[in-house]
Design a protein. Structure first.
Length: 350
């Protein structure tokens, strides 16, 4: 393996071209590595099992996560903000956000996000509905996946990356396809449940169904933080808002469930009556269905040395793949850089 090709010229092979595989490819290419992505679904595709096409996608500080995972979110925020400011074609926008809490924040709540976002402030009681105990306002970031994935696809190609559309049944199939490569990244999302040499039983499909409501009032995000999982995520570039959310474990139905849709509209109306009317016109409504690649215990981010090969695993991001994406890409890139460094030092010898 590797043959005579110097380490730095061997392409890094990424299985999966969702937000995790593509964000990683972009970062590796920017840092000067060669990259090939192999995937069944590519940027621009719209299959329900391609989760990255359907996300909200809001950057929202997650509560109850480890400091390391908070850092991944913080790095993601830094990258998204740069793209929002410098590359409008990325489909990322800065929006005013309102987060209402049913109970005072606990030490491991999403309050850590105030170290990352701009213009954070506590809302005064007359600024949030009376059934909440407190609220925050801040600038957050929303990513429109219908624009961001095609943008990333073009960016990767322009930086010299290559996409190969192919479904594989195992990682071994990839090793055989690329005998000259020594670094492989498994960013296959739910694929890791069925790849014969991965078969991660902790992975499971988790259906999400959202409502898209066409409106000019699409500049402010609302988040209900508590027993109800409700959000209104604006898409300023697509002139609408995404109303959610819903989670259905092990359900992979592509059919719109109108009970869920009606419930989401009602919850969104209660949360943001200034944006969402009680009964929106049918013509203004659309429906979004995607299968999240979830995993019991959270996502897997690990590296394993398998003989001369380095296998990096990055899958199982459930409902947070966009919020973690560029931070995870940064972490994976650092592992690849360390492998290169170790290789140079080992080859140079004493
Ligand atoms: C309705 C909804 C709303 C969401 N909202 C948000 C949000 O607001 N914020 C947020 O952060 N996240 C959100 N998410 C979650 C987010 O979409 C996912 O976490 C993220 O897209 C996962 O990205 P991924 O790259 O891991 O997987 P995917 O996008 O599913 O990509 C997997 C890739 O692997 C390839 N693959 C898999 N198996 C194989 C195989 N055997 N051979 C070849 N290729 C293979 C696929 O073809 C695909 O290219 C939402 C998801 C849904 C459904």
């Amino acid at each position: 393996m590797g043959g005579d090709l110097p380490f730095s010229q061997r392409p890094v092979i990424i299985l999966g071209a969702g937000i995790i595989g593509c964000a990683t490819a972009r970062q590796l290419l920017l840092n000067g590595f060669r990259v090939i992505l192999v995937a069944e679904y590519l940027p621009g595709d719209q299959n329900i099992f391609y989760a990255s096409a359907w996300a909200g996608a809001a950057w929202h500080a997650a509560g109850g996560i480890s400091p390391e995972n908070q850092y991944f979110q913080a790095v993601t925020h830094r990258h998204l903000l740069m793209m929002a400011q410098e590359e409008p074609e990325s489909g990322i926008c800065i929006v005013d956000s309102r987060e209402y809490l049913e109970q005072a924040p606990t030490p491991n709540s999403s309050l850590w996000g105030k170290t990352v976002v701009s213009k954070f402030r506590d809302l005064s009681p007359d600024e949030y509905p009376p059934n909440f105990s407190c609220g925050w306002a801040y600038d957050s970031l929303v990513t429109d996946p219908t624009r961001h994935m095609p943008y990333l696809g073009k960016k990767i190609t322009s930086l010299g990356g290559h996409f190969i559309r192919k479904r594989v049944e195992s990682l071994q199939e990839l090793y055989t396809m690329f005998p000259e490569s020594s670094i492989f990244i498994n960013a296959s999302g739910l694929g890791s449940k069925t790849l014969v040499d991965v078969q991660d039983d902790k992975c499971f499909p988790e259906r999400g169904q959202n409502v898209f409501y066409r409106t000019e009032s699409c500049q402010r995000m609302y988040f209900r933080n508590g027993k109800e999982y409700t959000y209104v995520i604006p898409r300023p570039l697509s002139k609408g808002v995404v109303l959610g959310g819903s989670k259905q474990r092990d359900n992979v139905s592509p059919e719109v469930d109108m009970d869920i849709a009606r419930d989401e509209i009602a919850r969104a109306h209660r949360l943001a009556p200034d944006i969402v009317p009680e009964t929106p016109k049918d013509d203004d409504l659309g429906y979004i269905i995607g299968i999240r690649p979830s995993r019991e215990g959270g996502f897997r981010l690990e590296s394993e040395q398998l003989g001369d090969r380095l296998l990096l695993s990055a899958y199982g991001f459930g409902g947070g793949g966009y919020a973690f994406s560029y931070g995870v890409a940064d972490a994976l890139t650092k592992i690849v850089e360390k492998a290169e460094r170790d290789n140079v030092i080992a080859q140079a010898g004493p």
